[in-house]
Design a protein around this ligand. Structure first.
Ligand SMILES: Nc1ncnc2c1ncn2[C@@H]1O[C@H](COP(=O)(O)OP(=O)(O)OP(=O)(O)O)[C@@H](O)[C@H]1O
Ligand SMILES: [Mg+2]
Length: 219
């Protein structure tokens, strides 16, 4: 059965493409995986994939781009025949697309930085998630903390406040602020392929945690 993971957020620049590309690259090491870039014309995941093709040997990774939610539904249906995982890089601020992604996904991840501005702007997303939940009550949406500075009191306080305020579950794995994420993205790589031990460990932990959640659902 194909498992779909959506990476959603209304705010831009929070790490959707970083998480989508890294998860897609790591998942494709074991199983055929498709990465769908819905954030056009920007197309960060699509650009990453184009650079990747010239950098590393072809793997089990397919890229698709879609412009609206109808096209997304069609592509997901087609890709699910031959892919074990589909990772969807969502656009910011298009509620219709975000709702469709949330409904189609086995798990949706919401990248969030522990800053007041990011947390405030995520309140809009919670409304879209609530609408999706009315159509499909068992949707699973979880925060993934990105650029997290575990050593600052502010980050810890804000993450606790956000958990309560947004009413979303969160992943245990948190991604730190590391230059490896932007360097790997620019070179079409995952941080697993980039020589940064800390980022490498974080992404493998994230992939393992996500797979664990998906496995539970597949039972
Ligand atoms: N944990 C991190 N540490 C350092 N840099 C990061 C981290 N996560 C993301 N970045 C960088 O922040 C920028 C924005 O990240 P990314 O493109 O993944 O976000 P996005 O939500 O997809 O943004 P957009 O709205 O532009 O699509 C990129 O340059 C990325 O390399
Ligand atoms: Mg992006």
């Amino acid at each position: 059965m194909t498992q779909i993971v959506g990476i959603i957020q209304v705010k831009g620049g929070v790490g959707r493409s970083t998480i989508a590309t890294n998860l897609a690259a790591v998942f494709s090491l074991k199983k055929p995986t498709a990465l769908i870039d819905c954030d056009l014309p920007q197309g960060t995941s699509a650009s990453w994939y184009a650079v990747r093709k010239s950098e590393v040997p072809p793997t089990n990774l397919t890229l698709a781009t879609v412009r609206d939610y109808r096209e997304l539904i069609t592509r997901v249906r087609e890709l699910s025949h031959e892919h074990r995982y589909i990772i969807i890089d969502a656009p910011p601020r298009i509620a219709e697309m975000t709702r469709a992604i949330t409904i189609m996904s086995s798990l949706s991840l919401v990248p969030l930085g522990a800053s007041a501005a990011e947390i405030w702007s995520t309140a809009d997303l919670v409304q879209t998630i609530d609408e999706a939940r009315r159509l499909r009550p068992d949707i699973d949406v979880r925060i993934v903390w990105n650029r997290f500075r575990s050593y600052t009191r502010e980050a810890v306080d804000l993450s606790e406040a956000a958990r309560k305020e947004l009413g979303l579950k969160e992943l245990a794995t948190r991604l730190g602020y590391r230059v490896a994420y932007s360097e790997a993205l620019a070179r079409g790589l995952s941080v697993d392929e980039w020589l940064d031990k800390a980022a490498h460990a974080e992404i493998l932990a994230l992939a393992a945690e996500v797979k664990g959640i998906l496995k539970e659902k597949g039972k």
